[in-house]
Design a protein around this ligand. Structure first.
Ligand code: FAD
Ligand code: SF4
Ligand code: SF4
Length: 699
């Protein structure tokens, strides 16, 4: 490792770099002697402790000593470590003296990767654990701390949390997304959020999509008077007028929006806002603009204004508006994202019998959620890959050229296809003309706002959601709304923004689930059942069947509780150091380790407790329970073994395996008839000493 040259390119944290290097040595496939493994584990443990803030200055000298005791084969790594400790001394010192990291990655709270990846920072491990305990009310309460729309979001979210789930490294990610709907569906009541005393401040929100609704939800809780203004017939934004009913039924969405109304938020529909300062002039103290991207993006080709060419958002929104636009029999959809998939599937429901998606890349490059693609293909949507449209002509004709990425790009001739409708599903644009003349800046069709405060160029006017951060997801809009509420509150109340409150929060303290070791890393990820594609494709009814809550409870057991086990690896290192190696961990890519196998300790763990004594969180426990020594990792008993009973006091004091191992290490027989616990052995020694003194005195 050449830390110096790395440092010249980009600032690195030497502690993290050397921790990585020593972990790689320990986890290498190469056969290593127990002595080498123990010595490597010792050095790795010391660096881990530095990264966790559990070290003092004297640690650095001890680290050098420990590293120097490594054999010749490791000397390159040792020399590099020593150079770093000398040349980057101040960085190492700031870690051990100030518990500060030069690039700010050590000492950050160890948030569960799923929670960190969720733009709304939902406390996923607590939410899931409550479901596992069958406590749906508590699960919903946890969810409502971070989102006003758990059920709707649970149906449509692309689930970035599942992508970050550490279970992915060892089996399959936990099925997190529909857990939210289970909590909402199975809870006995909808807990109302506490509302602070009225502040007398009034906020106008333009747009009743997820960004506007979320901002209202949090501002109302802070005691402000909030009114939302939206040009559509009903609130919900793109969730109501873009996402089809068969994926997000209207009644589920409206139920959640009604909860916001119950908090005192007024929603004015059929109100198109035309002037930026309209509400400030009416006496509101602040305005939040969350107008989304309601316009279909045009293809930008000759002929894209012909009557048989439709915009994807126009088509979907006409369907959701009840206008029942008819299409077909042959519909061609252009695009490869989620909106294009929705257009394609909706086309069947509006009369088409042949639906093709023409996409310029291949299926694996499609930005659409892979599950949505599978659903569309199951309904009979044909995917035509590697063709890009070039022009549209009278007579319902469209020409495609072979994409540059196609293997036969050089020889393939353009093709002309006849279709009844061409529908563009290539993106959306904002309705921003009314912002002209204001101090609000625009960039690439989006409103420019301060990334921290979301304030625009007009004082007192804030903006968030798709119109500010660009086309994204419902959960991103919810995250944006949370930030907006905090920023607007601080502006109204003339106080600092509480930025830590926007970081992931622990919302509850939920006990472990008692999960079977074999199941913990099971690859059996369940599926939410869906209706038969051949029947459902003609109907707008909800595609899914309800997920069985008992299945959800079982699935909850696969969650590894990354809120409690921070994946630091200290337990594995302790286990290597005692020469047992019952615990085996692997890297997850989230700067964490994860247990590779919960069954391995069943044959190897000796119940010595070395792991539990170093665990900084109490995630691993070694306890005596009813005469057995039990080793438990975040609720899973990985070994339960009989204890050795003291022949003298009749009390169990050590696992019999450990007792046998210690005896054999000391050169004695593995088991023996006369067994004495350390307390009795000490008493006996004192007694015999006293006897000897008495004998000596009597002489
Ligand atoms: C077809 C389609 C499918 C999608 N599928 C998914 C999905 O499955 N999962 C997912 O997470 N995301 C999905 N998205 C993206 C998601 O819907 C958006 O990211 C999200 O809704 C953005 O929220 P928002 O509050 O910023 O804006 P919006 O939800 O667009 O809400 C903006 C609101 O502002 C109102 N408005 C606009 N201008 C004015 C004005 N001048 N005066 C008054 N009101 C106004 C509009 O009527 C609208 O109600 C999809 C998007 C589309 C287009
Ligand atoms: S195992 Fe559980 S806590 Fe860990 S990332 Fe996955 S869902 Fe989150
Ligand atoms: S069980 Fe404890 S020591 Fe082991 S990785 Fe988890 S937090 Fe670290």
């Amino acid at each position: 490792m050449t830390e110096k040259s790395n440092e010249q390119e980009k600032e690195v944290c030497p502690v993290t770099e050397y921790l990585k290097a020593f972990r790689i040595r320990l986890h290498s496939e190469e056969k290593q002697s127990p002595a080498l493994r123990s010595a490597l584990a010792e050095v790795t443990r010391m660096i881990t402790e530095i990264s966790l803030g559990r070290a003092t200055e004297s640690h650095l000298d001890k680290l050098v000593m420990a590293a120097r005791s490594l054999p010749e084969s490791e000397q390159d790594l040792v020399a590099s470590l020593e150079t770093s400790l000398a040349t980057s001394r101040e960085k190492w010192l700031m870690h051990v003296i100030d518990n500060a990291c030069n690039i700010g990655i050590c000492f950050e709270p160890h948030i569960a990767p799923c929670q960190e990846a969720c733009p709304a920072h939902i406390d996923i491990p607590s939410m899931i654990a409550h479901i596992g305990h069958g406590n749906y009310d508590a699960s919903l309460s946890v969810l409502l701390k971070d989102t006003p729309m758990p059920n709707s979001c649970g149906l449509v979210c692309p689930a970035p949390c599942e992508n970050a789930c550490v279970q992915k490294t060892v089996s399959q990610p936990v099925l997190i997304k529909p857990m939210k709907s289970i909590a909402a569906r199975c809870s006995t009541s909808y807990p109302m959020q506490e509302i602070a005393p009225a502040t007398g401040k009034k906020v106008a929100i333009i747009g009743a999509g997820p960004a506007g609704i979320t901002t209202a939800y949090y501002l109302a809780q802070k005691g402000h008077h909030v009114e939302i203004f939206d040009e559509r017939e009903e609130p919900g934004g793109t969730m109501r007028y873009g996402i089809p009913n068969y994926r997000l039924p209207n009644d589920i969405l409206q139920d959640e929006i009604n909860q916001i109304r119950k908090m005192g938020v007024k929603i004015h529909n059929r109100y198109k806002v035309k002037h930026v300062r309209e509400f400030l002039d009416q006496g509101f103290d602040a305005t939040f603009i969350a107008i989304g991207l309601p316009f279909s993006r045009r293809l930008g080709l000759d002929g894209d204004d012909l009557p048989f060419v439709l915009g994807g958002m126009d088509f979907l929104s006409a369907v959701r508006d009840g206008k029942d636009p008819k299409v077909g029999p042959h519909v061609i959809v252009i695009g490869g994202g989620n909106a294009a998939i929705d257009v394609a599937m909706t086309s069947f429901r509006q009369g088409a019998t042949k639906v093709q998606m023409w996409y310029r890349r291949t299926r694996k490059d499609m930005p659409a959620n892979p599950h949505e693609v599978e659903m569309a293909l199951a309904e009979g949507v044909e995917l035509v890959e590697l063709w890009a449209p070039t022009k549209i002509m009278e007579g319902n004709l469209i020409e495609f050229a072979r994409s540059k990425n196609a293997p036969d790009a050089a020889t393939a001739k353009p093709v002309t296809i006849r279709a009844d409708q061409i529908i563009a599903g290539i993106g959306q644009d904002g309705d921003i003309a009314w912002l002209d003349g204001s101090k609000i800046e625009l960039e690439w069709g989006n409103i420019v706002a301060d990334p921290v405060t979301l304030e625009t160029g007009e004082p007192g006017i804030f903006s968030g959601g798709d119109i500010q951060h660009g086309a994204s997801t419902v959960v991103a809009a919810i995250g944006s709304g949370k930030r907006a509420a905090e920023a607007i509150d601080s502006w109204l109340m003339k106080k600092e923004m509480d930025l830590p409150s926007l970081k992931p929060q622990r919302r509850d303290d939920v006990p472990y689930l008692p999960v079977d070791a074999a199941f913990r890393l099971s690859k059996s990820r369940p599926h939410v059942p869906e209706k038969d594609p051949d029947t459902r494709k003609w109907l707008h009814d909800f595609i899914q069947y309800d997920w069985d809550e008992n299945e959800a409870r079982i699935e909850a057991g696969r969650c590894l509780r990354c809120d409690l086990c921070i994946g630091c690896g200290l337990c594995e290192l302790a286990c290597i150091q005692v020469g047992v190696e019952a615990l085996k961990m692997v890297e997850t890519g989230n700067r964490r380790l994860v247990f590779e196998d919960f069954l391995r300790p069943a044959s190897l763990c000796i119940g010595c407790g070395a792991c539990a004594s170093v665990c900084p969180t109490g995630a691993i426990r070694v306890e005596n329970r009813d005469g057995m020594r039990v080793t438990e990792i975040t609720g899973t008993v990985v070994r339960s073994q009989p204890m050795q009973v003291c022949s003298c006091c009749d009390k169990p004091f050590v696992s019999s395996v450990q007792y046998g191992k210690t005896r054999s290490n000391m050169g004695g027989p593995g088991d023996t008839e006369v067994v004495t616990c350390p307390t009795c052995a000490r008493l006996r020694a004192v007694e015999s000493l006293n006897d000897m003194r008495w004998i000596g005195a009597s002489r």
